[in-house]
Design a protein around this ligand. Structure first.
Ligand code: LLP
Length: 422
């Protein structure tokens, strides 16, 4: 399919819209997303899993913009949420309860109440204490909560950074394999929970099918024992984690390889397959457009100083993540440089010692593969208003998040104190 950001006549476009036109209209830094790329990514997964009953629940932590959610809703996806805030956004975007699976190790009572009020499809249980809490909350509401147990399959996962591993032994996520049977048995004692599924999530940015191949037999055996224990299991959830290429020379994750293994397991169980991809659906659809503020030469090094910083896109600072950076307007000449933001931290960089186009102040850069975990992880650090977001569809573009204003920075603060005594 078409790349999200093709170059035409030396100028980077988002689909058919020249990026300089967006920057002129909306300013920088700005996230730009290609609607057609999101459509194509979802379609690719839908086709890969078409032969079994399944539902794709977008892990909206990757990109929770209402317009992005609405687009995925229109295309028939569901969502994987991890907070009451995400539930609220999902509802605002048009999703209803049965479009929602609720993951996460630390759901509050209020969040569980909201999820049950909305009649979510499944609450993924991550501990015994949480199971007991869900039963109590459901009891107070006079309902039976549909739950899935998230199994920690305890497989080795080769992710690019330790912070995005989740399916290994000793992580906070999921129920350790050895405890699953005990929890499954416990569900019978709890009148307000019904075990409808078993699931797992192996980690993020997983580039090959090996961890899935190792983990599936463990999930299948948990499913088999839950069924033998008399539970009416309807769903198996294999989580998210499909990798996308961040480097220019990297290939795409082998979806067909992954699908083949997962499909075989789904057929064996006859269950409805749930998938929770985040990054796969949106990462490549997005770029962060930033303007070069200054060129700087210091201590024998070249620096390109941009108007976007780690508050706008934190992945390089937090995970040493690599993002390709393109000059929006092609120019001759390269320079080995650090691309750095304006924030007062030495971790505030987008590239280190990288061959870059020899851009001048005023030039635009596109930080690529920024559609996932970009805006959603942004902050106001250094009192910087968060950037704008723009959706492009063919030859049109629309602002989908306004740039924050200075007043937004202090909206929840009080300079004139109303003291209270305890
Ligand atoms: N399901 C569960 C239960 C998850 O915890 C996650 C991600 C996903 C699905 C979606 O994973 P994906 O398909 O996007 O890999 N901030 C990090 C990624 C953290 C992922 C956390 N969990 C990053 O920027 O790389």
């Amino acid at each position: 399919s078409e790349p999200a950001f093709p170059r035409r006549g030396g100028v980077l476009h988002a689909e058919q819209v020249p990026i300089p036109a967006i920057a002129a209209a909306v300013g920088t830094p700005t996230y730009v997303y290609s609607a057609n790329t999101i459509r194509a990514r979802l379609l690719r997964l839908e086709q890969a899993f078409a032969s079994v009953p399944h539902r794709i629940h977008f892990a909206m932590k990757a990109n929770s913009n209402l317009a992005v959610l609405r687009l995925l809703h229109e295309l028939g996806a569901g969502v994987d949420i991890v907070s009451g805030g995400e539930l609220f956004r999902a509802r605002e975007a048009g999703f209803i309860g049965r479009d929602v699976v609720f993951s996460g190790v630390g759901k509050t009572v209020r969040e569980i109440e909201q999820a049950l009020e909305e009649r979510v499809l499944l609450i993924n249980v991550e501990s015994e204490a949480e199971l007991v809490t869900i039963d109590a909350v459901a009891g107070r509401q006079g309902v039976v909560a549909p739950i899935a147990i998230r199994v920690n399959p305890e497989v080795t996962v080769d992710t690019p950074h330790a912070y995005i591993k989740t399916g290994e032994k000793g992580q906070k996520f999921g129920i350790p394999r050895d405890d699953v049977a005990r929890l499954v048995a416990m569900v019978h004692e709890l009148p307000h929970v019904a075990l409808r599924g078993l699931g797992m999530h192996l980690g993020s940015q997983i580039g090959n099918a090996d961890p899935m191949r190792d983990a599936l037999p463990r999930l299948l055996s948990a499913i088999a024992s839950a069924r033998a224990d008399g539970h009416a299991i309807a769903y198996m959830d294999v989580g998210g984690g499909l990798a996308v290429p961040y480097h220019a020379d990297e290939g795409d994750a082998d979806v067909d390889d992954y699908a083949e293994i997962v499909l075989a397991a789904a057929r064996e169980t006859g269950l409805t397959l749930l998938l929770e991809p985040g990054r796969f659906l949106v990462a490549e659809a997005g770029a962060l457009i930033t303007e070069v503020l200054y060129r700087k030469h210091a201590a024998g090094k070249d620096f390109i100083v941009t108007d976007a910083g780690m508050n706008d896109l934190v992945r390089p600072a937090l995970y040493q993540a690599y993002h390709r950076i393109d000059a929006v307007e092609s120019i001759e000449g390269t320079v080995v440089a650090d691309v750095v933001g304006p924030i007062c931290e030495s971790g505030d960089f987008y590239a280190k010692d990288r061959p870059m186009p020899d851009v001048s102040a005023g030039a635009l850069l596109a930080v690529q593969t920024a559609g996932a975990y970009g805006y959603t992880m942004s902050s106001n650090y250094n009192s910087r208003p968060r950037p704008a977001e723009v959706m492009v569809d063919g030859d049109r573009f629309a602002v989908i998040t306004e740039r924050e204003r200075l007043e937004d920075l202090v909206r929840h603060e009080r300079a004139h104190l109303q003291w209270r005594t305890a």
